[in-house]
Design a protein around this ligand. Structure first.
Ligand code: ADP
Ligand code: MG
Length: 828
């Protein structure tokens, strides 16, 4: 009863997984949980939900299979893209039978049968409905990624399926005994399907195992040192050819090797968010003469302004990780071989038919290289005489707005070449139609947490073999493909770990329970640290038991710190009589919590890249030589202006007691402004972050005042009004800070309660700075868990008069260990 479009029917015939439909469905029918392993591109993501759907899952009327088919993806872009594709394949309109939900965006029809969502969304649903009664099957896709959310979900779901089974069996007994149970109250078993291309199956031993493998033919080619330089040349050309100013290297230590530079250079493109359609200069070939030295084409700006890194993760509000990963793919679209000709020649030797001797001497060549030399040859042959078409370069990264992200799925016009420059968001799940080539730098940027000192650092490291295969998998999805690896096979074999480590071993695990069935248990240190934290927050008593406060905290689906902060504000405000002021304080507390959940929205990089609104003006720029020069100077003065704007903006909103309150004030003005995009470009704020924060603020407020909270202890309920009252107080227009002094103090107290263990004390006499220390204004602090001295960045709103004590939301070691999200501790 499914009628698929003709092209889909045809394409499905070629998918290996379609031949396995019966086997897969048998496995699912006979087991409660199943793991499906199949190489990337074999059809797991798009087909398995359809198999289930055709077998009757997701249908409302069929008893045991009624209930939605839920599919999680670790990333938001993947959710949107796969939902769209599956709806299309089934011949449906997106948002009805096939729907999706991501944070702040939901399109799920009344009779939804298949729902795609991020793992974060499902995690939240488990919290409000532990048995997930609306679902008949849950598919966790890309389980190998081992994101914290996926791991927690796997642990939780292992209990949910047992519990559902138990309740189901009990109900069956009651029915056998003659009891009638209303349709709405019937319980059915829940199936769990884990899907992955490369799963470390030992971690999931208790699951019924099922394995499957097949894929499109895909060539993988390793490139040695010389080629890496060559490809950097290409990057430089691309950067120049695209009429952009010099790539900016942000916060990456200068000693990092050239692969990182390539990534950086690409990432400049990525961050810039510009769409560039431009002629790829055909005389590039001539310039390739010397591949060995010249690094000057790409210049790096490592000025001190780049200290404060911009980071965020869309899906994981309490833990910003990895959105700025520096890995890049150049992906060329089908029918655009000519365009990549020059790239090939640089990558596989200047003259394709004549690979340079050095390559063979390097001892790193594989059969694959030779083979591919001939491929290149063929390609060059095929495209002789055809001139390079226009190139469309599209960035793809987490901080980009959803609509910009989805541009990579748009059709390219005839002869046009699509180049997608992407971070890890494109590593898995995505099929961008027509992508033929992948260039993999083999690197990723990860944020590592050191649980012994509470300090986080960004590190650039080799990816795992599993990740490399995922990246390679982005090519050749809709036909044979080719992957260039900017590293040697020796590096791949000897230095790459087999699998990425589970995120849980890399992040702080505040609030995680010790005997929880994680596939990989968090480190004992991290658990001890989590318990210590919950004790400091008074969620656990001395015996490790949950306190009444802890119980109240647990009801908020947010980190214990944020819950503690909001509950403290609520508790204090109960004594206040004046309800309008009280509502304003709550509004601010919630806004501050939202601010502390996301990245700092004040623009810190001056390529202007973070501002989607700014970007709009850039698409129109022409590509002629003259205008290039104009643009360079324009670019410089634009940067300068932006820098000034950023400074003025920080001063304008500055609340000298707290960075979080500073941002909260900016958020208030943002929401009141006539044009939000204009407001952001005027005040040098990151538009997407501000929008996100605004939505998050509303959501948090709804949670605080919503039904979740009505049945909790009196002492934590809000007595001054409802949602609209608080919103009303929030909409007070104000040129200056609308907070009174004592209100500011109450908010500060609340923040301190949530971050009570992250205290730092100013180091006395530190004003005498060492010779050559440029950051004269960075005050030094001693944080309680870290031996090292940490710094208060001069951009913090506390920097003008650094207090003796402060609490911080995180320590991040970029150029130096910096304090982020500081709030004054008032001693009285
Ligand atoms: P897997 O999850 O096993 O990696 P997918 O189900 O994502 O595989 O993709 C299977 C195949 O479906 C791809 O190789 C590709 O041919 C096709 N496909 C997926 N998404 C799209 C799309 N948006 N447009 C065209 N073809 C697609
Ligand atoms: Mg997939």
């Amino acid at each position: 009863y499914v009628s698929r479009p003709e092209d889909v029917e045809k394409q499905r015939m070629g998918l290996p997984i379609v031949m396995m439909e019966q086997e897969i469905m048998e496995a699912i029918n006979e087991n409660i949980s199943v793991i499906i392993c199949g190489e990337t591109g074999c059809g797991k993501t798009t087909q398995v939900p359809q198999f289930l759907y055709e077998a009757g899952f997701g249908a409302k009327n069929l008893t045991t299979r009624g209930g939605i088919i839920g599919v999680t993806q670790p990333r938001r872009v993947a959710v949107l893209a796969t939902a769209k594709r599956v709806a299309y394949e089934l011949g449906y309109q997106l948002g009805k039978e096939v729907g999706f939900q991501v944070r702040h965006d939901r399109r799920v029809g009344e009779n939804c049968s298949i729902k795609f969502m991020t793992d974060g969304i499902l995690l939240r649903e488990v919290q409000s409905d532990f048995l997930l009664k609306r679902y008949s099957v849950i598919i966790l896709d890309e389980a190998h990624e081992r994101s914290l959310n996926t791991d927690i979900l796997i642990g939780m779901l292992s209990r949910v399926i047992q519990e559902r089974q138990r309740e189901y069996e009990e109900q069956q007994k009651r029915i056998l005994a003659g009891e009638t149970i209303e349709k709405d109250n019937r319980i059915f078993p829940l199936k769990l399907v884990l899907m992955s291309a490369t799963l470390r199956v030992e971690d999931f031993v208790w699951w019924k195992n099922f394995s499957y493998s097949s894929a499109w033919q895909r060539e993988v080619e390793y490139l040695c040192q010389r080629f890496r330089r060559a490809s950097r040349e290409i990057v430089a050309k691309v950067a120049k050819g695209n009429n952009e100013a010099s790539p900016v290297c942000k916060g990456i230590p200068p000693e990092e090797n050239d692969i990182k530079e390539i990534s950086e250079a690409f990432d400049f493109q990525g961050n810039s968010g510009h769409e560039i359609t431009e002629r790829f200069s055909s005389n590039m070939e001539e310039d390739h003469g010397d591949l060995s030295e010249d690094e000057s084409d790409v210049s790096y700006d490592s000025s001190e302004d780049s200290d404060l890194e911009f980071y965020s993760d869309e899906e994981n509000q309490s833990k910003p990780v990895d959105s700025d990963e520096k890995f890049s793919d150049i992906l060329g679209a089908e029918g655009s071989l000519a365009s990549l000709k020059t790239a090939f020649e640089a990558l596989a030797g200047k003259n394709a038919s004549n690979p340079p001797a050095e390559v063979q001497d390097a001892g790193q060549t594989l059969g694959g290289l030779k083979q591919s030399s001939s491929t290149v040859e063929e390609n060059v042959e095929k495209n002789k005489g055809s001139s390079a078409g226009p190139m469309r370069v599209l960035p793809l990264y987490a901080m980009l707005s959803a609509s910009s992200q989805l541009r990579v799925f748009e059709e390219v016009t005839e002869g046009e070449r699509l180049v997608v420059v992407a971070t890890n968001v494109a590593e898995t799940s995505l099929t961008i139609p027509g992508i033929k080539y992948v260039v993999d730098t083999g690197r990723e940027k990860v944020k590592n947490y050191n649980s012994s000192n509470g300090m986080e650092t960004y590190e650039i490291q080799w990816i795992s073999k599993a990740s490399a295969s995922q990246r390679a998998g982005r090519a050749g999805r809709t036909g044979p493909g080719h992957c260039y690896r900017l590293y040697s096979s020796a590096v791949f074999n000897n230095l790459f770990p087999d699998f990425s480590s589970a995120e849980i071993s890399k992040v702080p695990v505040d609030g995680v329970v010790a005997n929880f069935p994680f596939p990989t248990p968090p480190e004992t240190d991290a658990l001890i640290e989590a318990e210590r934290c919950l004790k400091v927050l008074e969620a656990l008593d001395g015996n490790g038991r949950l306190t009444p406060l802890g119980k109240a905290m647990a009801r908020y689906p947010m980190s214990p710190r944020h819950s503690r902060m909001l509950l403290t504000a609520i508790q204090i405000m109960q004594q206040v009589k004046e309800y309008a002021r009280a509502n304003l304080v709550l509004a601010y507390a919630v806004a501050a919590a939202a601010a502390l959940s996301l990245a700092n929205p004040f623009l810190v990089n001056f390529e202007g890249s973070h501002n989607d609104a700014n970007d709009l003006h850039h698409d129109e720029k022409a590509g002629s030589e003259e205008s290039k020069k104009v643009t360079d100077t324009e670019e410089k003065s634009r940067k300068k202006k932006l820098k000034q704007a950023a400074k003025a903006s920080r001063e304008k909103f500055s609340n000298p007691t707290s960075d979080a309150l500073t941002i909260a004030f900016a958020l208030q003005c943002f929401e009141l402004s006539g044009s939000r995009t204009e407001f952001c470009s005027e005040n040098a704020l990151h538009y997407k972050t501000m929008e996100e924060m605004s939505k998050l603020r509303k959501q948090l407020l709804q949670l605080v005042l919503g039904s979740i909270f009505t049945d909790v202890q009196q002492e934590f309920s809000w007595i001054h009004g409802n949602f609209e009252d608080v919103e009303c107080a929030w909409r007070v227009s104000s040129e200056k800070h609308p907070l009174l002094l004592n209100e500011e103090e109450i908010l500060g107290q609340a923040i301190c309660a949530g971050w009570a263990d992250r205290v730092a004390r100013r180091v006395k006499g530190a004003s005498v700075l060492s010779e050559g220390d440029r950051k004269v204004n960075s005050a030094r602090y001693q944080a309680c868990m870290v031996k090292e001295t940490v710094f208060l960045h001069r951009w913090s709103s506390l920097a003008k008069s650094p207090p003796e004590y402060l609490v911080y939301s995180e320590l991040l070691h970029t150029k130096r260990p910096y304090i982020h999200g500081a709030t004054i501790v008032k001693s009285n």
